[in-house]
Structure formats: C-alpha cells, structure tokens
Design a protein around this ligand. Sequence first.
Ligand code: ATP
Ligand code: MG
Length: 401
Amino acid sequence: LPVEFESALPVIKTLEEAGYEAYFVGGSVRDTLLQKPIHDVDIATSAYPNEIKELFQKTIDTGIEHGTVMVLDHGNGYEITTFRTESTYTDFRRPDEVQFVRQLDDDLKRRDFTVNALALKSDGSVVDLFDGLSDLQHKLLRAVGSADERFNEDALRMMRAVRFAAQLDFNLDPETKVAIHNNAALLKNISVERINVEFTKLLQGKNAQFGLLALLSTGLNEYMPGLKHTEIDLWGYAELLAVDQAHTDGEAWTLLAFELGLTAADVKDFLKLWKHSNEMIQIIQRSLRLLNQLRLDNVTNWQLYETGTAIENALAVLKLSELTIDPEKLRQRYQDLTIHQRNDLKLNGQTLKQQLKLAPGPLLGQLLKKLEQAVVAGQVVNDEASLIQAAEEYLQKHPSV
Ligand code: ATP
Ligand code: MG
C-alpha cells in the first residue's frame, strides 16, 4: 500500500474494531491501481456520522449533512463518509435526498464510473462489483449501470467522463459515449462553476486532445458558455494538444481564448460567463493582447512592458500555440527592458509635482505615463534629472494639457 494509505490504516482499523466496515474508495484507489501518485484518500464506512464522531477524539464536521466527517489523526485529516444512496434526482444535478445505509454495495452503486467504484479493504483486497478492474486494464471509462440513467440523474457526470478520459488517457465505453451524445443538453442544468472545474482539468489532462475531441464529438460544447458553433476553432486547439498541453489554468484558458480568435476586449465577457476571478481575467487579457499582436506583427517594448507579470503565462501559451516565434528571445527582450513597473522610475510623483509646480489634477498621472513610455522606448534615460527635463520639455510642447 502507498504511504498515504498506510498512514490512514489506524483510522480504518479503529472503525473495524468497533464493528463497522471501512474501505478506501474513489480516486485514490483508482490511481493507486494505475500506479499513479495520489493526493488525498477517501474513506467510506458503515458507521453513521455520530458513530464516527464517538470513535475519534478530534473531528470536524466538513460535510456532515452528506455524511462526511473529517478525522484528525497524527496531524493528518481524513474525510470519512458514511455509506449512502442518493434517491430521485429531479433537477439533473443533486439528489433530493441522501440516505445513509449500512451496505457497501449500495454506496458503490451510486458512483459515476466503474473505475471510481472500487473499494480497497485494509487487508489489501479489492471489492469490484462492476468490473472496474477489467475496465482499468482496458483503459475504459464506463458508467456504473445504465449510462443513460446515470447522466439523467446528474448531468455533471458527462463532463466528468470527458475529463477523466483526458486525465487518465482512457477511451469512452461506446454505451457511455452514446449516452453523453443523447443527453448533452442536460448540461444546461449544471452550474457554470462546476462545468468550469471539469473543463479546466480536461484541458490539462495527459490526453487533453482525446478529451477535447470526445467533448466535441458528443456535442457537449453546444451547452458550454461561448462554445456553441466553435468546433472548427476547438479542433484547432485539439490539434495543438497532440504536442503538449497547458500546465496551468491560466495557460489552458489563454490558449482557448487565442484559438477562439477572441480580442482582448471580448475575452473579458467570455471569461465572466465562465465565472473566472478578476485576477485570472487580468492575466488572460494581458497575455491575449500580446499574443494577438504577435499573430499580426512584431511587438513593441511598450507592449511587452504592458504584459507585465502575465509575461510567463503569455510565453508558455506562445510555446503551445501555432505561432513559430521563439519565446526565449521575447523573454530576453522583456528582461532587458529598462523598467518593469512605474515604481522603477527614478522619479516619484511628489518630486515631479514640486519641481514643475503642478496644480492638483490629472496632469501628474499623464506626465508619469509619458515618462514611463519614453523610458521603456529608450528615448529618455532613467535618472531624476533627465526625467524632470523630459517632463518640462513635454509641457512646453503641449501647453494645452
Ligand atoms: P480526483 O482525482 O479528480 O479527485 P476522484 O475520482 O477522487 O478524482 P472526486 O470528485 O474527488 O473524484 O470524487 C470522489 C469519488 O466520489 C469518485 O471517485 C466517485 O466515486 C464519486 N463521485 C464524485 N462525484 C460524483 C458524481 N457526480 N456522481 C457519482 N459519483 C461521484
Ligand atoms: Mg478526489
């Protein structure tokens, strides 16, 4: 057993010794059997939440209404979830009711894919009710039970299917794929934030190309914000993914925006539809402005300067894109800029105001911007005397400002 399981064994043993069943479940079991590294382990048990809490000294109610209790043991936290079933989904997303049960079988039945429905016992044996082990071996993602019913219960599972296919480099079982195709429109019922999470993971998957092509061929994109009728652009994106894929969320979304041919002005609305953070929107917008410029022409020092801290993201996307510009040369040009932010000017606003006896108003800001541009363009040396002189000359030439 990997060390993450070993260190959680005492928790399982405590539950077993109290007469309950307890298993490792979910992604960590799947990934271990695939010999992949795991991050966190999930434990499922026949004990009810109050029974779990009685057995351990330190617990946190992280999701007690769904049956999840976090147990703290030797500085580690373990999510322990009571076996449960989910009954009648009326809104295509969440069960109307979660019911705690004592049987592992019932808990495994509600899980999405066969490879996610394996349970690992403390003695190392695997409970495999739906041929998940065989699907693991054949690299197949297959819904537990009727794919059609499962996607009707919870439409997010369709996004999870293409995401896992990309991450695990698995094929979609034919019945599962057809069911996605037939139910794609149900995605309308799912919140954009949750679709975003799955799509973002897909784009960074080991076989992101396959995941994106599966998403397109099942028509899921028709129900994703801003991606209706964008197949041609997304095929272009998929082609790039054959070589390498994005390694951060920022890269994935910048490349997407670039391949969709969005302008730096349009991208904000697009990213807002997807509920991205303002910080993320800024990075993408700045990167996209530079990339769009590079698609047309060379860039000026000022354009590099304005990219600012988004430069690393922009260069990473440049490397992934179809443009054949050397990112290293651009990085060098960026590093060689005389200044990288307004603060680097060897003249502060206060001094400038006093020296030129400026009245309060927007003029100070305008002048600083001019100086910034002149220094970045190499027209003015970055020392106080030169900057003041340049500001005076500018005022003489533009008496109206
Ligand atoms: P990851 O490595 O991305 O965390 P995971 O398989 O652990 O993958 P989670 O979203 O953490 O995925 O969910 C844990 C487990 O809960 C899954 O393996 C699956 O058994 C079950 N599960 C999660 N979401 C759903 C869902 N929408 N429908 C059915 N079962 C689900
Ligand atoms: Mg997980």
